[in-house]
Design a binder for this molecule. Structure first.
Ligand code: HEC
Ligand code: HEC
Length: 202
């Protein structure tokens, strides 16, 4: 029962009303769906975030969800809030949420994109990022490549992420580091901005 109480508290904290949903999954502990309700206040219903600083989680590959949540837990991935939230969940619970969000349908965030900059961003993406974030960082390929989705993700969230990578606050794969740093050296923050406009327009 303790867990249910904690969950209720988390939901109240998110401004959600508890509506008597079913919390047990028959194997002990709350169901994947019930666990994921507590994320909805910030990440939107079924993981489709409507707030630009909280990323969309719908469709996120399970492996990426697990890695990211573990990174938040250990402090390897810098966070304003997820460090505290992630620490509240066991590995088994994170797995369940990973299954849940992977099954939800991704939709591109509704946001503006500067067409001129996006054109430049497309070129930069092809040169530096496409190898691992294929098809312009699309959700379909993110699932196949087991990377985070870039196309249609919220621009402000991606901006924070890229700044954390560039400044060295957040670790990244070695090869990505090389490419991102080379891009940033050559193009500066304008290069980052162009990439962001490209992903926002997809
Ligand atoms: C109070 C708001 C809030 C709640 C509740 C919340 N998140 Fe987050 N989440 C954020 C923010 C903001 C970020 C960006 C990182 C940061 O600054 O903490 C984020 C980032 C993430 C990311 C990284 C996504 C990516 O593309 O790399 C994952 C995964 C995530 N959250 C999972 C969850 C899960 C699972 C829950 C529910 C157990 C949850 N979050 C609850 C606000 C929230
Ligand atoms: C060698 C492969 C590789 C290259 C090249 C690469 N990435 Fe990545 N990227 C990854 C992997 C793997 C992850 C997931 C692991 C992680 O987050 O550390 C990732 C994660 C990310 C994330 C985090 C997504 C999230 O939801 O928080 C962003 C943003 C990103 N990459 C942007 C870029 C950009 C922009 C470029 C080009 C300048 C690039 N990457 C080049 C492999 C690569």
């Amino acid at each position: 029962m303790k867990k249910v109480k904690a969950l209720q508290a988390a939901m109240v904290a998110c401004g959600l009303a508890l509506t008597g949903a079913v919390f047990a999954d028959g194997h002990g502990g709350p169901s994947a769906e019930a666990l994921s309700y507590s994320c909805a206040g910030c990440h939107g219903t079924n993981g489709l975030s409507s707030g630009p600083a909280s990323p969309t989680l719908a469709g996120m590959p399970k492996s990426v969800m697990i890695e990211t949540m573990q990174g938040f837990k250990s402090g390897d991935i810098p966070a304003t809030i997820m460090g505290r939230i992630a620490k509240g969940y066991t590995d088994a619970e994170i797995e369940k949420m990973g299954d849940f969000f992977a099954k939800q349908k991704f939709m591109s965030a509704q946001q503006s994109s500067d067409a001129m900059l996006a054109k430049k961003g497309a070129k930069l993406h092809d040169k530096y990022c496409e190898k691992c974030h294929s098809e312009g960082g699309s959700i379909e390929m993110a699932v196949e490549d087991e990377v985070g989705v870039l196309a249609g993700q919220w621009k402000p969230y991606l901006h924070y992420s890229l700044n954390d990578f560039v400044s060295g606050k957040r670790p990244m794969p070695k090869k990505m580091k090389k490419k991102l740093e080379t891009m940033h050296k050559k193009e500066g923050d304008a290069g980052i901005q162009a990439l962001l406009e490209f992903y926002a327009g997809k």
